[in-house]
Ligand binder design. Sequence first.
Ligand SMILES: NC(=O)c1ccc[n+]([C@@H]2O[C@H](COP(=O)([O-])OP(=O)(O)OC[C@H]3O[C@@H](n4cnc5c(N)ncnc54)[C@H](OP(=O)(O)O)[C@@H]3O)[C@@H](O)[C@H]2O)c1
Length: 284
Amino acid sequence: MILVTGATGTNGVELLKALAAEGEMARALVRDPEKATSLLPEDTELFRGDLDDPASLAQAMEGIEKVFLLCPVSPKQPELEANVVDAARSAGVRQIVKFSVIHASPDSSSTLLRWHAAAEEHIRASGLAYTFLRPNIFMQELMRQADSMRSRGEFYMPFGPEVRLSFVDVRDNAAVAAKVLCESGHEGKTYTLTGPAALTFPEIAQSFSAAAGKQIRHVQVPMDAWKQAFASSGAPDWLVNQVVELYETFVPANSLVTDTISRLLDRPARTIDAFANENAAQLK
Ligand SMILES: NC(=O)c1ccc[n+]([C@@H]2O[C@H](COP(=O)([O-])OP(=O)(O)OC[C@H]3O[C@@H](n4cnc5c(N)ncnc54)[C@H](OP(=O)(O)O)[C@@H]3O)[C@@H](O)[C@H]2O)c1
């Protein structure tokens, strides 16, 4: 049996669909079973728990062989991830598949990258078998600006037209996670997951324009203005600062393209063109 945390989120839902398609038994750790029922495949076992509640984690681990650890972006991330690792070790879990981030490192200038690296280190030190998945920024993040693309034909980024990023589709992250959870041979491995190409924002705008059948433009905004807009949308200070720090590490590091997805899945990674076409209805 596999325990999935972050089950109702962007990647978690896709992972549980992929596990169900493989006929694999999965238990989802969820805070709100009613919400989870509407999102997850019907055979998913729901377990009410919280990453901030070690007693619930101890119960959730009963009979579990492998854990998929996805921690939300949170000011308590180090503590929440440590709770899962400690509960897994105490329960005799065999392997943890940790959802991390590209370029996680204890030496990073980004708090988020350091926290992911610290969780990886905690897992290594636990003696549990592990696999680390380190995805780049998700294509799905672009759809946060679907309203503005639809109404004004624009999306806004604190990056210039020369910056290249290898956005990855969360369904590819999920397919890799499902494979790693369902078969052996991935223990001790770190997989960096990227899309098939490092694209500029004008190139992404072109894909979205073609899919929507109208012009969609990338508009560069200064980092300070972007930061203010994010804060005035209600984001707390810690999150605004973490995202700015993270974005400042993006150039040029996040233009890295790996063949991990195509190698592991034996098919190409999903492209931005395909993503734009699938989401065209939201852009028109
Ligand atoms: N965004 C990116 O482009 C990107 C790129 C690389 C790596 N990452 C990493 O990916 C992770 C986020 O993945 P995601 O976008 O798939 O997540 P997400 O959509 O934000 O979902 C977060 C999940 O965590 C659950 N959750 C929140 N607080 C919890 C708690 N206290 N106890 C138990 N569950 C809790 C949420 O459940 P509820 O439904 O109850 O809220 C939800 O299922 C982060 O670790 C981030 O650093 C992100």
